[in-house]
Design a protein around this ligand. Sequence first.
Ligand SMILES: Cc1ncc(C[n+]2csc(CCOP(=O)(O)OP(=O)(O)O)c2C)c(N)n1
Ligand code: SF4
Ligand code: SF4
Ligand code: SF4
Length: 604
Amino acid sequence: MIEKRLLTGNQAVARGFYEGGGRVASSYPGSPTVEILDSLRQYSEIYSEWGVNEKVALEIAIGGSLAGAPSMVSMKHVGINIAADPLMTFTQIKTKGSFLLVVGDDPGLASSQNEQDSRFWGKYANIPILEPTNPQEALDYVVESLKISETFNTPVLIKLTSRLCHSRGIVELNPRVESSISGFEPDQNRYCMLPPNSNAAQLFMKERMNKLISYNDTFKLNSYSEAINHEVLIITSGVVYENLMELKPEASILKLAMIWPLPINKIKALCKEYKKIIVIEELLPFLEDALKAEGVTACGKEYFSFTGELTIGDVEKGLIKANVILNNPRSEAINVPENPIINRTPMLCSGCPHRPIFHLLKMANATVIGDIGCYSLGILEPFEVHKTNLSMGASLGMALGVATAHRLAGTKKPIIATIGDGTFFHSGMTGFVQLAQAKENITVIVMDNRTTAMTGGQYTPTTADYFRDINQYTIQIPKVLESYGIKDITVVDQFKYKETKDVILAAMKRDGLSVVVTTRPCAINFKIKAPNYYVDENICISCRSCIKTNCPPISLKQYEGKEKKNSYINPDMCVGCSVCSQVCPVHAIKCSDEAVEKGGKAHE
Ligand SMILES: Cc1ncc(C[n+]2csc(CCOP(=O)(O)OP(=O)(O)O)c2C)c(N)n1
Ligand code: SF4
Ligand code: SF4
Ligand code: SF4
């Protein structure tokens, strides 16, 4: 009997890599692909590792492939920007071990800073792209891509989206095909990318692409369903195909599994039979433009948005506009009725170590150049301290640019940059090298919460430090910065609110670069729970200072016999960080553990 399991798209990718004989996998965390590497950890046959950023993760997988091991790297769409340098040269090489680049796009921006379309990277890098529509296909396409990679000596890009990565489907499991690792065999013509080798590589890539076009013309995973009426041919791929099938349009449908290079001979032959060719694809008109460039009269983006996901309703609206289906909407009946979801702004968790920093930055009247991590929530109410948010590690260079421009303009306003430990190691270290040599007045707060919290708590080099596990490697941020020649570095425990405030305000006043490293770990990932705090309503003067810390357990309550509402702390949610008690002007917030209240140790 065939074994079946309910898997997410991410889990199915991991399973496919296992079944296809995968040996080396690396990744850098980022939604929507984080769980691929997490799922791979269950397979002892596969070595898996988080890279310090996407470039290093890619390079680990490249190394695995050069040594003949079937290898895979996974990342979110913006990760390709970081990995692009080695990628664009690696794809010129005649690969040895099979190589997969799995990328998760995020149409609709569920958890990303932009909506870039990774298909363009695949085209630019001259490699084939496969796009599955559901978890079963995610598994099958990974297995197939390992074979394609081996046959054509090419890296293969598998393009996923958030919807597919996180949705579940029943998947058939098959046994693993074992693979051997041949080891690295020196071949300078093949692996040393300098002229004339790279000149020859251009011709190899071109020839490889031509072979792939012929292969795709008869590729077994592309599917064509023919309507009786030959009015309209719809060309589509990915999750959109599943949405389209819910509508059962009276049109022929060509679903592409390998979306690049196009099976152009097959498409041209088919298109001759139809009056109208409609392309339905999320984000940019990648397929549509490629078809037009080949002389196919295709349309698409005049009916379907260039931004966001294309839901069943969106596909239906577009097809009504294109006169393919009648103006008789079915999607409302198909779509699950909307539950009344209460919109809430994302919030820092109870006891989050970033909270006191934002609370006091709010009062500091500085221009704060933010970065990417849980601390991006410093953009939102009630803090609204971060004035920029661009890409990982960008806060440092940008702060330098702003400070320089201000100096040139004669403006004197303190410039602060924030960065987390995950981002420091990902791409902040180089920014610090630049800052160390500059002369501008900048204060950088390194919020070392000992983890990559925003993507689910993957380790960083300082994670081991927190656990005091000397067997794990440990890199201390202040020591790294000292080695750059930075002298003004203060390490502070930000739950000592007053002391932290003094440290940051003093750093802002000092000339040159000042760095403040905060040390409190992420409350969620380290499962921190210390004795809770409570409000003595008889002392509380309803000033709302504690409410402004925006810690989830704190609310206003109508106590019996009181005229005004006073503060209240939900004891089940409070993790005892003490920050609210430190901002209370009348000492109305107390610890439930008297020993802590009298100066004992809390929250360790
Ligand atoms: C190039 C790129 N890769 C991955 C991500 C996903 N991502 C968002 S925040 C983050 C790191 C956060 O870690 P850290 O700086 O330690 O901050 P924390 O969330 O722990 O506060 C990552 C990897 C991204 N936004 N951009
Ligand atoms: S996960 Fe950790 S760092 Fe992120 S908001 Fe929660 S406590 Fe703060
Ligand atoms: S002590 Fe105050 S700020 Fe800290 S977790 Fe409890 S309610 Fe939140
Ligand atoms: S800060 Fe203190 S006095 Fe002000 S509302 Fe909170 S508990 Fe009451």
